[in-house]
Design a protein around this ligand. Structure first.
Ligand SMILES: Nc1nc2c(c(=O)[nH]1)N[C@H]1C(S)=C(S)[C@@H](COP(=O)(O)O)O[C@H]1N2
Ligand SMILES: [Mo]
Length: 307
């Protein structure tokens, strides 16, 4: 086996990377013209109180400045290349510690589900952030359909692994594809944890994880795994890709925490995207501003140790 060239794929604090940013900004117009791959479909979603008062990030920014390494490691790569991905038909294989295992077609997953719009803060571990009007539903609804057994303690997720439609897989041959993530059962069942099928009132652009992706607003963005094809309920803590790559830098929990710095940069503040290259940094909030809702999940845990 070839040794993983970690330096090739590790995320960088984007404020250390102005040149790349400039290049990205110069290319924005082009990226957006060919971005938004697939067919944006208007979605019927009930508005909710989530995020009232937050300033929503420009759609242009949220759909052209992405992390989706299956389409390249550059921020503008996903908007350029994700149109190659076929998202219809789509199904999710649900298994492990459940009474109703099987291959769930997307239509079945959405059957009887009322879509909601929820405006959430989103904070990448690289210290940039955005505010997104997601459209979707609580992950708990899907997990209940699968009917977990008493032994289910964690939920493991897996992204589509289709190199012929995802050129970034070939460009980073030593990355441990497929991209995988995991949550503890109580995190997965938390009402804030959602499966998003859309954003900005329309179906998800491919670069943002069509046709369905996870959104866990109090955790660093890499937990919010895209284009999910497999969900497995497990007894043991599952592997997550970034922890596997560099366990010293990326933990399993990855709760947003301004008091625990990344070994290579501070997590105390963040740069909102879409506000111009030199937009003022904002202080990062504990649990990304969702402490009231989620702090109790971690009562008694050392969050420096369990980062
Ligand atoms: N399959 C997959 N999911 C992924 C990633 C990825 O590279 N592959 N990147 C993660 C990271 S680091 C972030 S910050 C978010 C970015 O989501 P966005 O592009 O919709 O903003 O997706 C996460 N989900
Ligand atoms: Mo991220």
């Amino acid at each position: 086996m070839t040794k993983l060239r970690y330096s090739d794929i590790t995320p960088k604090a984007d404020f250390l990377n102005r040149r790349q940013l400039m290049a990205g900004a110069a290319g924005l117009g082009v990226a957006s013209a060919i971005g938004g791959a697939g067919h944006a479909m208007k979605l019927d979603a009930t508005k909710t109180a989530h995020g009232a008062g937050l300033k929503v990030t420009a759609k242009e920014a949220a759909t052209t400045y992405n992390n989706f390494y299956e389409f390249g490691t550059g921020k503008s790569d996903p908007a350029k290349y994700a149109n190659k991905m076929t998202t219809d038909p789509w199904s999710v294989e649900i298994g492990g510690q459940v009474n109703n295992p099987g291959n769930y077609p997307l239509d079945d997953i959405l059957n009887g589900v009322a879509l909601e719009e929820r405006i959430y803060r989103f904070r990448c571990v690289e210290a940039w952030s955005m505010v997104v009007p997601w459209v979707g539903f609580s992950l708990s609804e899907l997990i209940k359909k699968a009917d977990p057994t008493g032994s289910a303690k964690y939920v493991a997720f897996e992204t589509l692994n289709r190199p012929e439609e995802m050129p970034g897989i070939g460009w980073s041959p030593n990355f441990p594809w497929p991209y995988v993530e995991g949550l503890r059962m109580d995190e997965a069942m938390h009402p804030l944890t959602m499966i998003a099928t859309g954003m900005y009132g329309e179906s998800l652009p491919n670069q943002n994880g069509a046709p369905l992706r996870l959104v866990v607003p109090w955790k660093y963005g890499f937990k919010s795994i895209k284009s999910i094809v497999k969900i497995t309920l497990t007894e043991n803590q599952p592997i997550n890709t970034w922890n596997e790559l560099q366990s010293r830098e990326y933990g399993f929990y990855s709760n947003v925490n301004p008091t625990v710095d990344h070994p290579r940069w501070s997590q105390a503040s963040e740069r909102p995207i879409g506000g111009g290259l030199f937009a003022e940094r904002m202080p990062t909030l504990m649990f990304n501003g969702y402490a009231e809702e989620v702090a109790s999940l971690y009562a008694g845990m050392d969050l420096r140790e369990n980062f």
